[in-house]
Design a protein around this ligand. Sequence first.
Ligand code: PPS
Length: 454
Amino acid sequence: MVGDTKNRQKEAKEVFGGDEEHPAVKYLFNVAKEFYVGGKVEAVNKLNHYDYVELRYTPAELRTHFDKLGWSRVVAFQTRNPMHRAHRELTVRAARARQANVLIHPVVGLTKPGDIDHFTRVRVYTALLPRYPNGMAVLGLLPLAMRMGGPREAIWHAIIRKNHGTTHFIVGRDHAGPGKNSKGVDFYGPYDAQNAVEKYRDELGIEVVPFQQMTYLPDTDEYRPKDEVQAGIKTLDISGTELRRRLRTGGEIPEWFSYPEVVSVLRESHKPRFKQGFTVFLTGYTNSGKDAIARALQVTLNQQGGRSVSLLLGETVRAELSSELGFSREDRHRNIQRIAFVAAELTRAGAAVIAAPIAPFEHSRQTARDTISQYGSFYLVHVATPLAYCEATDKRGVYARARRGEIKGFTGVDDPYEVPPKADLVVDFEQQSVRNIVHQIVLLLESEGLLDRF
Ligand SMILES: Nc1ncnc2c1ncn2[C@@H]1O[C@H](COP(=O)(O)OS(=O)(=O)O)[C@@H](OP(=O)(O)O)[C@H]1O
């Protein structure tokens, strides 16, 4: 049982090092349930996967596969990232030094938030494989959820690789480490993982191969281990962060860094800004002008072309998605979350979404922002037209009906509107024309690179 705090604290300390900011420690205290189940495992049903089935091997299948290939010495390479030329070089070097073959054994379960999804990565590994000398390497996928547990995780990874029939295991600098905590302190020392696996090497029955940090030497057009490069020799590297930036902006990725076929797979999954979806979320009182602005923005974006444009007016959503909901705080929140769900899905698919509900509550707007911005940019535009103006120009007479008490809990009359403290743009229909407001929104989108070119 893990339920009591003492057990959890012990596990947090012994397994992950105890830092309460560690993602697995947070999981342990906030998500893990009360009981663990232990004992002999009996398979009931075979686990079914529907993606990359031909690249998935059970430990027994992989051992048989190595037997069939006549491989007796195999170096396993664990990764949760795309592989480039440096990785190809380091794995080939590891194999050469041990007269072994290579198993590329990427984790395709849960990895670190922000990692490139496994669908893209597997396409990358498949594209890279022909770059190995014929018959040197095999690719197999490992359905494992990483805990980012550093040294303890490295030992666990080594046992898993041994069970899959490999004799050597490459352990990297800060292997399975989650980086730094909020104070900038590393969760683990850079060599803790290598030392831990080395320490239990005999018991584990698998040999550690330290990961050699490779660097590119432009003058001789070759990769070499960083620690073997003499002082004064020019080297080139591109960090993971820099690579992600170039993918986002469409920046150049040179051939010395990666293979064109690998880059083209990565580019397919990283659309440039001008092809990414986004949501413009207008909030304000009834008759504040938000619907007119939303419609004008819709035609402006349609004229620009390149994306499909979806309009989610308050009225339409109420009729099509939320017809059973009323105007209580809970129902309004639910209504906004439905809008957020639809907008998030459309944004993910690359559309431009314009939503225009009243959305009077900050909590609902913030939740919508969180939901949508996982998939694309989100802009909150507060249509801050004064209530008196909205009411005075209301030709439909809804405010008059609310004032007479015929509509209860009407926003601005007898129900609150919380002013957004952090809108991306604040506009006022009393002071500005629709054309002018739409132009401001277009300028905002343009400044973010979303309208660059189609
Ligand atoms: N009690 C009450 N309060 C506010 N609004 C009311 C109410 N009852 C009906 N209506 C009409 O419904 C429209 C507002 O719906 P929304 O979905 O935008 O509101 S919310 O965001 O869920 O709060 C809104 O129309 P538009 O603002 O034109 O979309 C109102 O005319």
